[in-house]
Design a protein around this ligand. Structure first.
Ligand SMILES: NC(=O)C1=CN([C@@H]2O[C@H](COP(=O)(O)OP(=O)(O)OC[C@H]3O[C@@H](n4cnc5c(N)ncnc54)[C@H](OP(=O)(O)O)[C@@H]3O)[C@@H](O)[C@H]2O)C=CC1
Ligand SMILES: CC(=O)N[C@@H](CCC(=O)OP(=O)(O)O)C(=O)O
Length: 342
């Protein structure tokens, strides 16, 4: 059994990790932390977990995270970078669901995240945890930077086109919509029901912090820098990301065949039949990215539709997929949930 700790167990990605790990079969949940709720039984805060978990939240300072084989950080940006070093020194492997180790250019990270990096030396050791690109490096990683939610949906959608070299790389467009759980569980005015319900708006058009992460990932695959316009929107969904991606084709290609071939071995990506329109509810609670590729009116614009559950393939599920690779388990162990309908 892998002994697992979760720092930040009261947040949305933290409790999603608990939910998924309880059905994993190869994991012993050893410590789940909260500063505010230390001492409270996990199942008292989250009654849906009654009968499944006996642990109480522990304070991150006092809990014995050092006894774990792996610790997930489901904390705000800027926490794991302060605490990962001592865990790694104690032989504990770390997966950070936040952005502390995602951007390899530390100055670029500091510019977008508005803080100094506390462990720049660890950034070079971290492996970017997108299994569909980096599985080999993830297997031997001690520190994994779990990708952001928008970056997961966008990168998976563009990858086959970029790998095949069939699109112009200077003018990619990612038009993305997210459910409100993407903003976390902390109280904020813009996520109140009367503010976010029955409403729809773009935000971060002049520059969202996921832009450098997506650009970095796509540029690595392309072998040159890519030009990307990324516009996120907040929608009145609880879970889900829908990314509509646009690119200009530079050669004629069987797009459906390209996508099916690219992802034929991918355990957590589903290329839908030609002409499909994936829905966010088709991935709700599941660790899967469903996508469809279109070429409207046989023109030179390709449109890719890519959907994920932001809390699962966009966060906790992908983190467990990475854990499975790191510990030599089947990539999808504990991740075969049937999406909830309706
Ligand atoms: N929500 C999403 O869809 C996605 C989120 N992410 C990233 O995952 C991380 C967690 O997100 P999410 O679960 O939504 O966040 P939440 O705000 O819902 O939860 C944050 C958790 O961190 C704990 N925490 C806060 N500050 C500290 C601290 N200084 N030390 C230790 N624990 C702390 C909180 O509990 P307490 O204060 O009691 O300690 C809480 O359990 C973030 O970095 C987010 O950007 C990534 C992809 C998708
Ligand atoms: C709807 C919403 O607010 N989404 C968040 C992104 C999700 C997230 O948590 O960001 P990371 O993936 O970088 O950790 C935002 O735009 O800031």
């Amino acid at each position: 059994m892998i002994k697992v700790g979760i720092v930040g167990g009261t947040g949305y990605t933290g409790v999603e990790l608990i939910r998924l790990l309880l059905g994993h079969g190869g994991v012993e949940l050893t410590a789940v932390t909260s500063r505010k709720e230390a001492g409270m039984p996990v199942a008292e805060m989250f009654p849906s977990l009654r009968g499944f978990v006996d642990l109480a939240f522990s304070d991150p300072e006092s809990s014995d995270l050092n006894r774990c084989d792996l610790v997930f950080f489901a904390t705000p940006n800027g926490i794991a970078m302060q605490q990962a070093r001592s865990l790694l020194d104690a032989g504990v492997r770390v997966i950070d669901l936040a952005a502390d180790f995602r951007i390899s250019d530390v100055q670029e990270w500091e510019k977008w995240y508005g803080m100094s990096h506390a462990s720049p030396e660890l950034v070079a050791q971290a492996v970017y945890g997108l299994p569909e690109v980096n599985a080999e490096a993830i297997r031997s990683a001690r520190l994994v930077a779990n990708p952001g939610c928008y970056p997961t949906a966008v990168q998976l959608g563009f990858l086959p086109l970029i790998k095949a070299g069939v699109i112009e790389l200077d003018s990619l467009i990612a038009d993305c919509k997210s459910g409100v759980s993407g903003a976390g569980r902390k109280a904020e005015v813009h996520t109140l029901f009367p503010e976010a319900g029955d409403n729809f708006k773009a935000y971060g058009v002049s520059g969202h912090r996921h832009l450098p992460e997506i650009r970095q990932g796509l540029s690595r695959v392309a072998g040159q820098s890519v030009g990307l316009t990324f516009v996120p929107h907040l929608t009145p969904l609880i879970r889900g990301i829908h990314a509509t991606l646009y690119a200009r084709l530079k050669s004629d290609v069987d797009l459906q065949g390209l996508y099916e071939q690219h992802y034929k071995e991918a355990a957590c990506v589903d290329v839908l039949p030609k002409g499909s329109h994936p829905e966010t509810r088709s991935v709700r609670g599941a660790n899967v990215c469903r996508m469809a590729v279109h070429r409207p009116q046989a023109g030179d614009t390709v449109v890719v539709l890519s959907v994920i559950d932001n809390l699962v393939k966009g966060a906790a599920g992908q983190a467990i997929q990475n854990m499975n690779l790191m510990f030599g388990l089947p990539e999808s162990q504990g991740l075969r949930q049937v999406p909830l309908l309706p």
